[in-house]
Design a protein around this ligand. Structure first.
Ligand SMILES: [Zn+2]
Length: 344
């Protein structure tokens, strides 16, 4: 097209066309430098990553990446929990904020999405791999919001004596504790959509919440859903039945197209969440039957009621981690099934 114009027109216009071409090339080069945020591709999943400030060799191996999920929602992932970032004219709303050792990398990725201020940080639960940057973001002016039990857990962690393990993640300082807490559902009217804050039944912790971006149609689940068998905190009231109820609640309030963002691991479809729920509920029912028949935990292990689901849902099959595995889960399922025995 430019070549044609070069031939037909005089020298002046030809020069102007060349100038136009030059500007076009320049502008496409600069937009390549500010390349669009990719959609899709695997998210890094380093569950069980040890947040050791004493081990820069380990942390320097981690690359924090950003992906567009849907609508106004992005995910930032590296090691530690996935971060959801909703961006629009009103500013930024984050779900979780990961480890402090990755703060600079995370902020760099956030600035690739938007230069607006971080207005809200919603914590899905109290674990360090999800909340350790609360104080850093509060310092920027963000309001931290969570379940009251999450705030309580942070205060307890901060006030407990220094742990024997020097590599244990540092507690969140008081400046990063949630300033708004609620055990009831809330709605944030932000960036042109309703963002639902959804308290869940105790399962991963006693302060679990999920966040649903209704127009973007993205549901951030925290560690209540990590695409595998439940990571359950029994001492905080977690039960398998609560996990199932939480999954059902999420399925009831979302659409066929909702993208589920797990606390760790890959973006999931409705079908993925249904498959996880069905696996967990099938295994739970088998445990109840086996316990009713009087089988011991060892006998149940040998019978392996999770057999056909393990390849897909046993954590250690894709993220070696002794904190959360089907061995421990078998004990939890067994104990829960025993509570279903009729009282004598
Ligand atoms: Zn967790």
């Amino acid at each position: 097209m430019y070549a044609t114009r070069f031939k037909r027109t005089g020298d002046g216009i030809a020069r102007r066309s060349l100038l136009t071409i030059g500007l076009l090339v320049l502008s496409s080069l600069s937009s390549a430098a500010q390349s669009p945020i990719p959609t899709g591709g695997p998210l890094p999943d380093r569950r069980g990553f040890n947040n050791s400030v004493n081990n820069p060799a380990l942390t320097s191996q981690v690359e924090v990446i950003v992906r567009h999920v849907a609508g106004k929602v992005y995910v930032i992932a590296g090691a530690g929990g996935n971060i959801a970032v909703q961006a629009g004219d009103d500013g930024l709303l984050l779900v979780d904020d990961n480890f402090t050792v990755f703060y600079d990398q995370i902020m760099k990725r956030i600035r690739e999405i938007s230069d607006k201020p971080v207005r809200f940080v919603l914590n899905t639960h109290s674990h360090a791999d999800h909340v350790q940057n609360n104080a850093n973001l509060a310092k920027q002016g963000a309001t931290v919001v969570a379940h009251p039990n999450t705030r309580l857990a942070m205060a307890q962690q901060a006030n407990s004596p220094a742990p024997a393990n020097p590599n244990a993640p540092a507690p969140v300082p008081a400046a990063g504790w949630p300033v708004v807490t609620s055990a009831e559902p809330m709605t944030f009217h932000f960036n042109g959509e309703d963002v639902l804050f959804i308290p869940l039944k105790p399962s991963h912790t006693n302060g679990d919440i999920a966040v649903y971006f209704t127009r973007s149609d993205v549901f951030a689940f925290g560690d209540v859903y990590t695409t595998d068998y439940p990571a359950m905190n029994v001492s905080q009231g977690g039960t398998v039945e609560n996990f199932i109820d939480n999954y059902n609640l999420a399925l009831k309030m979302t659409t066929p197209n909702t993208v589920f963002l797990p606390g760790h691991a890959q973006l999931s479809s409705r079908a993925d969440l249904i498959a996880a729920r069905d696996a967990v509920s099938t295994i739970h029912d088998r445990f109840v039957d086996m316990v009713k028949k009087g089988m011991t935990l060892d006998q149940i292990r040998a019978a392996r009621p999770s057999r056909e689901f393990d390849a897909r849902f046993a954590t250690e099959s894709f993220a070696p981690n002794d904190m959360q595995n089907s061995t421990r889960w078998y004990e939890q399922m067994y104990n829960e099934a025993r509570t279903h025995l009729p009282a004598r």
